[in-house]
Design a protein around this ligand. Sequence first.
Ligand SMILES: NC(=O)c1ccc[n+]([C@@H]2O[C@H](COP(=O)([O-])OP(=O)(O)OC[C@H]3O[C@@H](n4cnc5c(N)ncnc54)[C@H](O)[C@@H]3O)[C@@H](O)[C@H]2O)c1
Length: 322
Amino acid sequence: MKILITGGVGFIGTNAASYFFKKNHQVTVVDNFSRKGVEKNALFLKKNFPKIKIIKSNVSSIKNYQSFLNQAEVVIHLAGQTAVTTSIKNPKNDFENNLVDSFTLLEYLRKNNPKAIVIYSSTNKVYGDLKAMKKFSPVDENTPLDFISPYGCSKGATDCYFLDYHRIFGLKTVVFRQSCIYGPHQLGVEDQGWVAHFAKQFLFKKSITIFGDGKQIRDLLYVEDLIDAYEKAIKNIEKVKGQAINIGGGEKNAYSLVEVTKILEKEFGYKIPIYFDKARVGDQKYFVSKNKKAKKLLNWQPKTLFIKGLKELINWQKQNLL
Ligand SMILES: NC(=O)c1ccc[n+]([C@@H]2O[C@H](COP(=O)([O-])OP(=O)(O)OC[C@H]3O[C@@H](n4cnc5c(N)ncnc54)[C@H](O)[C@@H]3O)[C@@H](O)[C@H]2O)c1
């Protein structure tokens, strides 16, 4: 199949591009290289998979990759600004990158390639801070949407547009509301990609600042398992088109931030200083994805236990960051 991946030299994009190329698909990636450090991922793709076409472009400059978009059978839309903190510092930039650029892509597909399968990488942040949750339990897709922060708004609105373009125009869109994803090629920083950031701080024997008390719980999903869900959605598009699907590591891979630092202490065999700062706006005390819908529609469930996936991430960091 002809697969076009936006944000394709980012963390999830690099993994997706490699995976689908290895499965004999024709892969094109489009990325504006705005995420710091992604040149490293682009070099990796060029070296290992020279036949993957890399186009340096903003998503909204469609003329730069129009011929590939016209022919794409699958579009995996990952490009975007990914940090809540950055969205608060510069809401307009977040709005343009996430909502306007995504809308431009979707409208173009409606007019020029309405048969393409279109996957959108949404987020658990569309459910807000979940303060009304009385007892912590895994979150399903019937949970009311509640956009907090400019990032929540831009991702949430895009999520709704992608679903609506199925309802109104019949596009084959699927929205994955992703929990915390981690794995190789992730260039985690304090603002985003916290598992990779924590592991990197350990690797370089630096400190970590935790925002809040560190007891907030997240379900952690290894990137390969996410791509497995994308592949299953492509294969089962008739079942899942127009659906929003929560996707995360689930209860078996749910850890607090402090627990992850303890696991890292064991892995590295030493401690690093850990500081605490005030909680970030909209931060969920608990988010664990209820993966029931993904299981039912796609026969998907996470395969990689966190400890195993974390070792893979650390190995990649040792080979590529030191
Ligand atoms: N990583 C996670 O834990 C996670 C969780 C939930 C949702 N998501 C979503 O998944 C997607 C991919 O996340 P990631 O972790 O791979 O992030 P990433 O930052 O590694 O990748 C995103 C890529 O998009 C590119 N980009 C940004 N704006 C662009 C634009 N306007 N045009 C072209 N390229 C642009 C960046 O240069 C970057 O390479 C994002 O949309 C993110 O919101 C990620």
